[in-house]
Design a protein around this ligand. Structure first.
Ligand code: HEM
Length: 401
């Protein structure tokens, strides 16, 4: 996405995570900052943003709920309207102690058992997607395949119409890639999402069923039903957190395999490597960078942070820190020691990680079963990546055969 802001000329002092150079290849930018005298960069954009780049600094901010609030995790010109502790999309936007309960009530829906029950459906859907492109010489790994999988799964979990998939993707795009739009336009976009969710919730109130939306409507916190903003905010979070992230992770894994013959052949010959391969793709191509706001002026590792400034949490940069991982820029599909931060660190660690791993594994297994090692990037130059805080391939033409 072309930014609406002036292009960045110095990432040390004026970075912008929506800049096309960052979207195209952020790793050298982070490595350069990490090894400089100032490994926590600062930019005046968005009313002030800090950028820690080492694993230790990203981790320190993620664990520090005293100095940082999660009430908005997506950097924009504006500041959140719904204050902590609930925030706009609980639990991701919630601070302790509210956060704990808001998260706890979601966990059963994403337990290993609940996720295992969704696997056959996911596998059948992946086959259906590849059946529909049977006979084509070039399949777009993002457009024809990855982007559909998490949408279909989360729509099923929430009990939303699967035919609204394009609408969901528009919401995701607006929320995550529309961050440098003028605030009025951003509000308009949120109003669309809000109206859609209201309609779905009303329908579930009138016709309760066995799904996550009805479960949330029937849930209680401290003996009281969740307030409507809580229900709507959590659904919005699941829709947004579940789609773009997993689509990006599947797409980046396919991109790697399509451009790396040795790994492609090895995984085709040794399918039992899938578990470590998925973890390594998550580490090396972690799609998600989150953010916090500084609560009050304070000094972090010599950085004079001001109240209401943002701090980006580039988990993908933490995953490439040589202090944490041996040869971090190398993709080793049977890497043994791999305590990566792709799902975040601290109290907000991804609640959907079981689901995400299942979707990635199934998507890659079905793809490898179908094509073996017989696929390659059709045109490396035409691959495009999403900009902003969730990064993954959006156009990924892959030649089959
Ligand atoms: C590969 C795919 C995914 C990645 C890389 C990912 C990554 C993350 C990260 C980094 C966080 C931490 C946010 C923070 O610290 O502010 C997070 C939180 C969260 N994710 Fe995921 N996620 C993925 C898929 C999913 C899916 C499929 C769902 C559910 C449908 C989901 C639901 C959540 C929720 C509810 C939270 C908030 C947890 C809390 O605040 O306690 N994620 N995710």
């Amino acid at each position: 996405m072309a930014g609406h802001h002036p292009p960045v000329t110095d990432f040390h002092t004026d970075f912008d995570h929506t800049d096309p150079a960052w979207a195209a290849d952020p790793y050298p930018i982070w490595a350069d900052i990490r090894s400089s005298e100032c490994p926590v960069a600062h930019s005046e954009r968005y009313g002030g943003v800090w950028l820690p780049t080492s694993h230790a600094d990203v981790s320190a901010v993620a664990y520090d709920t005293e100095h940082f609030t999660a009430q908005s995790v997506v950097v924009s010109e504006g500041r959140p309207m719904i204050p902590a502790p609930q925030g706009i999309a609980p639990p991701i936007s919630s601070d302790p102690p509210f956060h704990h309960e808001a998260r706890r009530l979601l966990l059963p829906a994403f337990s290993p058992k609940a996720v295992a029950a969704l696997e056959p459906f996911t596998r059948a859907y992946c086959h259906e997607l590849l059946d529909s492109v049977e006979g084509k010489d070039v399949v777009d790994g993002a457009v024809d395949y990855s982007q559909h999988i998490p949408v279909r799964v989360i729509a099923k979990m929430l009990g939303f119409p699967p035919e609204d998939a394009d609408t969901f993707r528009m919401f995701v795009h607006n929320a995550l890639e529309g961050v440098d739009l003028p605030i009025e336009k951003r509000m308009e976009n949120f109003a669309l999402l809000d109206a859609y969710l209201r309609e779905q919730v009303e329908d579930h109130v009138a016709n309760p069923r066995d799904d996550l939306t009805t479960f949330l409507l029937n849930s209680t916190m401290d003996g009281e039903p969740l307030n409507p903003e809580h229900v709507g905010g959590t659904i919005a979070l699941l829709l947004i957190a579940g789609i773009d992230t997993t689509w990006s992770a599947i797409g980046a894994s396919l991109w790697h395999l399509a451009r790396t013959p040795s790994d492609r052949k090895r995984l085709a010959a040794e399918p039992e490597l899938m578990t470590t391969a998925v973890e390594e793709f998550l580490r090396a191509y972690a799609p998600v960078t989150m953010a916090r706001l500084v609560k009050e002026d304070f000094e972090f590792n010599g950085c004079p942070m001001k109240a209401n400034e943002w701090v980006l949490l580039p988990f993908p940069a933490a995953n490439r820190d040589p202090a944490m991982f041996e040869n971090p820029d190398e993709v080793v599909i049977d890497r043994e020691e791999n305590r990566h931060a792709a799902f975040g660190l601290g109290i907000h660690r991804c609640a959907g990680s079981n689901l995400a791993r299942m979707e990635m594994t199934v998507a890659l297994e079905v793809w490898m079963e179908r094509y073996g090692a017989g696929f390659t990037l059709a045109d490396p130059e035409s691959v495009t990546w999403s900009g902003g805080q969730v990064r993954g391939p959006r156009t990924l033409p892959i030649a089959i055969g």
